[in-house]
Design a protein around this ligand. Structure first.
Ligand SMILES: Nc1ncnc2c1ncn2[C@@H]1O[C@H](COP(=O)(O)OP(=O)(O)O)[C@@H](O)[C@H]1O
Ligand SMILES: O=C(O)C1=C[C@@H](OP(=O)(O)O)[C@@H](O)[C@H](O)C1
Ligand SMILES: [Mg+2]
Length: 178
């Protein structure tokens, strides 16, 4: 319960909002993608090109498992973290899971100059995002303690709302435990 995990499609703002949340709570921040890149010494597109998505998923699972053992952290996951059932169990059982979502139009706009997301390197990124959302939305929903639109609201409001929901969940948790 102590940790906060951010899940959701590419470009919804997990990394950005996660950093702000951690700062507000004075907690350590980890981004599973960055941890994998730092560990490998290469970027995500390079890992995809050498090891494929499957190889990346194995590394992602290991990173999420290791990071989740650190108490009191805020972690931004990669958009596909929920694919593996093992990750879903780790997220659900170790923290407060926040599902960030926003419109596909907004994601396309935010990622229009991006070169770091191999899954968006396609002729039709809109279709790719729609397909990924259809596959993953039920998985995000399975894990989520709270879902919030990170496109319609200013970042500061998103952070403030998540903090309120997290505090309320902690209080509920403590009253059940006592
Ligand atoms: N609330 C926001 N308002 C405007 N731009 C944002 C917001 N959140 C994120 N962005 C921008 O959108 C892009 C994707 O954000 P990022 O945090 O990397 O998303 P994710 O980690 O979910 O893929 C970045 O360029 C970031 O600066
Ligand atoms: O949706 C996905 O499968 C992915 C999302 C990326 O993270 P962001 O969601 O932070 O962009 C990164 O993990 C990798 O490119 C795969
Ligand atoms: Mg990210």
């Amino acid at each position: 319960m102590e940790n906060i995990y951010l899940i959701g499609l590419m470009g919804v703002g997990k990394t950005t909002i996660g950093k702000q949340l951690a700062k507000a709570l004075q907690r350590p921040f980890y981004d599973s993608d960055k941890v994998i890149e730092d560990c490998m010494g290469v970027d995500i597109p390079t890992i995809f090109s050498y090891e494929g998505e499957e190889g990346f998923r194995v590394r992602e699972q290991a990173a999420i498992e290791q990071l989740s053992a650190i108490p009191g952290i805020v972690m931004a996951t990669g958009g596909g973290a929920v694919i593996k059932p093992e990750n879903r169990e780790v997220l659900k059982s170790n923290g407060f899971v926040v599902y960030l979502h926003c419109s596909i139009d907004k994601i396309l706009y935010r990622t229009r100059h991006d070169t770091q997301r191999p899954l968006l390197r396609t002729d039709n990124p809109r279709q790719r995002l729609q397909d990924l959302l259809a596959q993953r939305d039920p998985l995000y929903m399975e894990c989520a303690d709270f879902k919030i639109d990170s496109g319609a609201l200013p970042g500061k409001t998103v952070v403030k709302t998540i903090l309120q929901q997290y505090q309320a969940a902690l209080e509920r948790h403590e009253s059940i435990a006592s």
